[in-house]
Design a protein around this ligand. Structure first.
Ligand SMILES: [Zn+2]
Length: 234
């Protein structure tokens, strides 16, 4: 992994897509929270396995659930920015993306009392002008290389199996502790009937069986290097 990713490390418009590491770390990321149902279940599972994760939160939700945000930080997890809301940014002019990202970062840093380093665009949708706006706002875009695709209406076993099949040291796993909806500026249908605690436990069990542990992105980067290469999605 370290050697394969190495040649991509300095691409000028790269987005973080993995961590080049020799440590048995998989980067766990959770999007679309905080959520009063999903977040506590995910936190319980992470605690059981001694894992840390990066939570890409929606600022509107963080505002409504500051208690959950505080709980994440107190448990040693990392808070990063997913957006003020869940609107697809590629339909938004780049100067407006800059303004939103600056505002989101500032409010999140106020709410958490910790620096925010990372940004994940809703749907991973980011074109070059938007990528530049995010960088100008002082954040680095992050995507993923493995996911349970937990927006599907399939059993948790299927989701966990799909995520684990692509999990190896340094892989970034995308999962969800919430489901963005009308309060977040989008209508993507009803949330899937999923037990987020069960899915997290299944994924963490499978990782453990492979000798892998879940780490937040910043924790993983203590023993690795960001592997960045281009990712542009409309
Ligand atoms: Zn999202």
């Amino acid at each position: 992994m370290a050697r394969a990713a190495g040649r991509y490390l300095t691409r000028p418009v790269g987005t973080i897509r993995a961590v080049a590491t020799d440590a048995p770390h998989v980067v766990l990321t959770y999007d679309d929270g905080p959520d009063p149902q999903g977040t506590p279940l995910v936190l319980q599972a992470l605690a059981k396995f001694g894992a840390t994760a990066t939570f890409f939160v929606l600022v509107g939700r963080a505002r409504r659930h500051p208690d959950l945000l505080a709980e994440l930080i107190a448990a040693g997890h990392e808070v990063a920015l997913h957006g003020l809301d869940h609107v697809r940014l590629t339909g938004v002019p780049a100067p407006e993306v800059l303004r939103r990202t600056q505002a989101g970062r500032a409010e999140l840093e106020d709410l958490t009392g910790t620096p925010v380093r990372w940004f994940r665009a809703p749907y991973g949708a980011l074109l070059l002008p938007h990528w530049r706006a995010v960088r100008r706002a002082g954040l680095m875009p992050v995507v993923w290389g493995a996911t349970p695709a937990d927006w599907r209406h399939v059993p948790e076993e299927t989701m966990a199996r799909d995520a684990l099949a692509a999990s190896r040291p340094g892989a970034i796993v995308l999962a969800h502790d919430g489901h963005a909806g009308p309060d977040d500026g989008v209508d993507d249908g009803p949330p899937p009937p999923i037990d987020r605690g069960l899915l997290a436990t299944m994924m963490l069990t499978g990782l453990d069986e492979q000798g892998l542990v879940g780490r937040s992105l910043s924790d993983a980067l203590c023993q690795g290097t960001a592997a960045r290469w281009a990712w542009f999605v409309r």
